[in-house]
Design a protein around this ligand. Sequence first.
Ligand code: ADP
Length: 290
Amino acid sequence: DVVVVGSANVDLVVRVDRRPGRGETVLGSDLSTHPGGKGANQAVAAARLGARVALLGRVGADGHGRLLRESLERDKVDLGHLREAGAPTGVALITVGPEGDNSIIVSPGANARLEEQDVADAAGLLRSAPVVSLQLETPLPTVLAAARAAHRAVFNLSPPAPVPDELLALCDPLVVNEHEARMVLGAGGPPAEQARALLRLGPRSVVITLGAGGAVAADASGVTTIPSPRVEAVDTTGAGDAFTGALAWRLARGDGLADAVAFAVRVGAATVRGAGAQSSFPTLSEVEEP
Ligand code: ADP
């Protein structure tokens, strides 16, 4: 149903009372180690809902790479195009402060070695999928090549960075959160206005996620605001990735944009109810309407 082209990281998380200054050492909690990376998160989110998903990416020939493969296999993500790179598996070094605030250093490692050639080698796979889901934790030329090869590209412009008009024009939809929308447009504003402004940049459709506020969807037929179910938010990590993975799957199944977004906001809301990223992604029965 969905091919995800993107990143796979191991998240290494330590809780601290305060962060070290220059030249200083502080003691933190026990280390916790979690599978992550936006690409792997999107893939797992869709697969856990029942989608058939392949992840095109790179990991290192190391223990972290094995950990990622094992966790992706548990969620039945097809790893036929997850290659090894001559570099360590990507990691995110995360400290969590006393207020739950994150500071993160990402070492892209193998993710930075995902090349246009990897996309070319997977041409048959990409052609077979109605939707290809993309983010920006792998090199831009690779993302652009994948968008060109896709029947339909869902692109989460995250982490935000300047991208060529050609890539924007291939997005259907472009998916951003409010912060990313502001970065791309260089100005804030009401979500519906932001969505219209993003649409003028060329994508066929736009989705802005609004946290507890749900999401807005915009295409040539108009702008729709879709509220999120009210939930008690425990940890919002990975909510955007779960949203995008779910959205990609529903679009691949033939849903219209507003219906797919209405489903994806339920998946996002379910995700924030639990701690961690992939560990809190729901199964289909957990988000189906009663
Ligand atoms: P990101 O994780 O990229 O910052 P958002 O915070 O906008 O993205 O969240 C993505 C989606 O997750 C939202 O569209 C919504 O469906 C859901 N979500 C996030 N936070 C909450 C919340 N506090 N309550 C309910 N749903 C939420």
